[in-house]
Ligand binder design. Structure first.
Ligand code: 0GY
Length: 310
């Protein structure tokens, strides 16, 4: 089937630089997607955008170029609850990718088992209104109870302003909860202001809550360019990510977010995104937790001796 990209769509960077930052052995890119290809795995009719293609071959080539060993591939909303492109990628990863799927409440246990055998270890609940239609909370709660039996966790994506309303629903979930992109803080506000402090309190009071400290390119207002001799791109995001990593070093993950859906303004060079990591995880010990120990414990617990991800 032929698809026409959403007008103004920015394609991913085809020739990223080799990062200066050397990733530790066994590093995991814990947030990335595959799109289609649309002629093989059609995009969902309920999608809110139509992306460019981004295949598992291209994702795994990027993994090798950047120096990652593994990926966690997250089902993107443009594929709805049709996880075939995700499963195809997992199967072709030869055990080097795990997945986060989107499922409906009426999925059968046999279908969940098939996803598990392919490498799925979580489901994603999306509350970002521009990306998805509303799903009743009782359906999501039911899904969380079903997938808890498989030792999976729930990944949640929401805007910072919606955390107060979602708080009780989240704290009622029976699994580990992984928050995408630090709950999308407004980084033009203060780190010690009420909005981000609420997110930190959410993590502090709920030891089952983890956070991805990913997507500076999505959150930044100052953007990718160094200013006044300051080397770091996305420098307005640095204090937010540093705060999460320093307070919760054993509950943070990092991912490229390749192929970067719905970006406006600029498309990051993924090599330069990797060079952002030491600005937020400032010691080798923190980098080891962020990039290796934490994602392996959550997605490959059988290799670490950790208990399954509950
Ligand atoms: C991201 C961010 C976005 C999109 C999706 O599944 C998706 O469509 O996650 C976004 O538009 O903010 O994490 O990839």
């Amino acid at each position: 089937m032929h698809f026409t990209k959403t007008s103004g769509w920015l394609d991913w960077c085809a020739s990223p630089v080799k990062p200066d930052f050397k990733l530790p052995p066994n590093a995991v890119d814990a947030h990335c997607h595959v799109f289609g290809p649309g002629d093989k795995f059609p995009f969902a009719h309920e999608r809110k955008y139509t992306p460019c293609d981004a295949s598992w071959e291209q994702l795994f080539a990027l993994r090798d170029h950047l120096g990652f060993a593994r990926n966690v591939i997250v089902q993107a909303t443009c594929h709805g609850s049709d996880n075939r492109a995700l499963v195809d990628a997992l199967i072709h990863s030869e055990g080097r990718a795990r997945g986060v799927a989107t499922v409906r409440h009426d999925i059968s246990d046999d279908e969940l088992q098939v996803l598990h055998e392919a490498g799925v270890r979580g489901v994603r609940f999306n509350f970002v209104k521009r990306l998805v239609d509303f799903t009743p909370r009782d359906e999501l709660k039911r899904i969380s109870e079903r997938i808890a039996k498989f030792g999976w966790h729930v990944v949640v994506y929401f805007e910072a302003a919606d955390l107060p309303e979602l708080w009780d629903f989240f704290t009622d979930l029976p699994t580990i909860i992984v928050v995408d992109h630090m709950g999308r803080p407004d980084v033009s506000k203060a780190v010690d202001g009420p909005e981000f402090q609420l997110f930190l309190r959410f993590m502090r009071e709920n030891p089952n809550v983890w956070s991805k400290v990913s997507c500076p390119e999505r959150l930044s207002v100052t953007g990718p360019n160094a200013v006044n001799g300051e080397r770091a791109a996305y420098r307005d995001v640095i204090p937010f990510a540093r705060e999460v990593i320093s307070q919760f070093p054993d509950r943070v993950l990092w991912g490229t977010d390749w192929p970067h859906p719905n970006l406006k303004g600029h498309m990051p060079d993924d090599g330069l995104l990797v060079d952002f990591i030491p600005w937020i995880a400032t010691t080798p010990a923190l980098q080891q937790k962020l990039l290796v120990d934490n994602p392996l414990r959550l997605y490959w617990p059988e290799e670490t001796g950790a208990s399954p991800c509950r």
